[in-house]
Design a protein around this ligand. Structure first.
Ligand code: ZN
Length: 104
Protein backbone atom coordinates (compact mmCIF):
# COMPACT_ATOMS: atom_id res chain seq x y z
CA UNK A 1 0.00 0.00 0.00
CA UNK A 2 1.47 3.31 -1.00
CA UNK A 3 0.40 6.90 -1.34
CA UNK A 4 0.25 6.60 -5.13
CA UNK A 5 -1.62 3.27 -5.29
CA UNK A 6 -4.21 4.53 -2.77
CA UNK A 7 -4.69 7.73 -4.78
CA UNK A 8 -5.34 5.67 -7.90
CA UNK A 9 -8.20 4.03 -6.01
CA UNK A 10 -9.55 7.45 -5.06
CA UNK A 11 -8.31 7.37 -1.49
CA UNK A 12 -6.02 10.00 -0.05
CA UNK A 13 -3.91 8.38 2.64
CA UNK A 14 -1.14 10.00 4.62
CA UNK A 15 1.79 8.30 6.29
CA UNK A 16 2.18 8.51 10.02
CA UNK A 17 5.23 7.26 11.91
CA UNK A 18 4.62 4.33 14.25
CA UNK A 19 7.42 5.55 16.56
CA UNK A 20 7.17 9.34 16.85
CA UNK A 21 3.65 9.81 15.36
CA UNK A 22 4.85 12.48 12.98
CA UNK A 23 2.93 12.82 9.72
CA UNK A 24 5.30 12.60 6.80
CA UNK A 25 4.73 15.10 4.02
CA UNK A 26 5.61 14.81 1.21
CA UNK A 27 4.93 11.05 1.39
CA UNK A 28 7.93 8.86 2.08
CA UNK A 29 8.68 5.23 2.83
CA UNK A 30 10.13 5.88 6.25
CA UNK A 31 9.85 8.69 8.79
CA UNK A 32 11.93 11.72 7.85
CA UNK A 33 12.35 12.48 11.55
CA UNK A 34 13.36 9.15 13.13
CA UNK A 35 13.39 6.69 10.16
CA UNK A 36 10.59 4.75 11.84
CA UNK A 37 8.07 2.67 9.98
CA UNK A 38 5.08 4.47 8.45
CA UNK A 39 1.44 3.43 8.56
CA UNK A 40 -1.04 4.78 6.03
CA UNK A 41 -4.29 6.24 7.28
CA UNK A 42 -6.97 8.55 5.86
CA UNK A 43 -6.22 12.26 6.11
CA UNK A 44 -8.15 14.20 8.74
CA UNK A 45 -10.59 16.75 7.35
CA UNK A 46 -11.44 19.54 7.01
CA UNK A 47 -8.58 21.40 5.47
CA UNK A 48 -8.11 25.16 5.34
CA UNK A 49 -7.64 27.21 2.20
CA UNK A 50 -4.25 28.90 2.22
CA UNK A 51 -4.32 30.44 -1.24
CA UNK A 52 -6.80 30.49 -4.07
CA UNK A 53 -6.73 31.57 -7.67
CA UNK A 54 -8.66 31.23 -10.87
CA UNK A 55 -7.32 30.23 -14.27
CA UNK A 56 -9.60 30.49 -17.31
CA UNK A 57 -12.63 30.77 -15.05
CA UNK A 58 -11.74 27.62 -13.09
CA UNK A 59 -10.96 28.00 -9.41
CA UNK A 60 -8.02 26.35 -7.69
CA UNK A 61 -7.09 26.30 -4.05
CA UNK A 62 -4.08 25.36 -2.00
CA UNK A 63 -5.43 23.73 1.13
CA UNK A 64 -3.67 22.68 4.28
CA UNK A 65 -4.64 19.58 6.25
CA UNK A 66 -3.45 18.65 9.72
CA UNK A 67 -1.22 21.72 9.76
CA UNK A 68 1.43 20.14 7.50
CA UNK A 69 -0.11 18.67 4.37
CA UNK A 70 -0.53 21.21 1.57
CA UNK A 71 -2.21 20.11 -1.63
CA UNK A 72 -3.47 21.92 -4.70
CA UNK A 73 -6.90 21.10 -6.03
CA UNK A 74 -9.69 22.39 -8.19
CA UNK A 75 -12.84 23.59 -6.48
CA UNK A 76 -16.26 24.27 -8.04
CA UNK A 77 -17.24 27.15 -5.74
CA UNK A 78 -16.50 30.79 -6.44
CA UNK A 79 -15.76 33.63 -4.01
CA UNK A 80 -13.15 31.67 -2.12
CA UNK A 81 -11.13 33.21 0.66
CA UNK A 82 -8.14 31.97 2.61
CA UNK A 83 -9.40 30.45 5.86
CA UNK A 84 -12.42 28.72 4.30
CA UNK A 85 -12.77 25.06 5.26
CA UNK A 86 -12.76 22.38 2.59
CA UNK A 87 -13.04 18.65 2.26
CA UNK A 88 -11.66 16.43 -0.48
CA UNK A 89 -14.44 15.19 -2.72
CA UNK A 90 -12.31 13.39 -5.27
CA UNK A 91 -8.72 12.37 -5.69
CA UNK A 92 -6.76 10.42 -8.21
CA UNK A 93 -3.42 10.06 -9.85
CA UNK A 94 -2.71 10.96 -13.45
CA UNK A 95 1.05 11.55 -13.70
CA UNK A 96 0.65 13.83 -10.71
CA UNK A 97 -1.79 13.73 -7.79
CA UNK A 98 -5.17 15.29 -8.64
CA UNK A 99 -7.61 16.61 -6.07
CA UNK A 100 -11.05 18.18 -6.08
CA UNK A 101 -12.26 20.08 -3.03
CA UNK A 102 -15.62 21.37 -1.90
CA UNK A 103 -16.38 24.07 0.63
CA UNK A 104 -18.00 22.79 3.80
ZN1 ZN B 1 9.25 9.01 13.33
Amino acid sequence: MSFESELKKGRFAVGQCTKCNRVSWPPSESCNNCFGEMVQRPVKEPGTIIECSAIDGKAFAMAEFEGVIRILGSIPEKNLEPGHKVKITRCGFDQTPKFTFALI
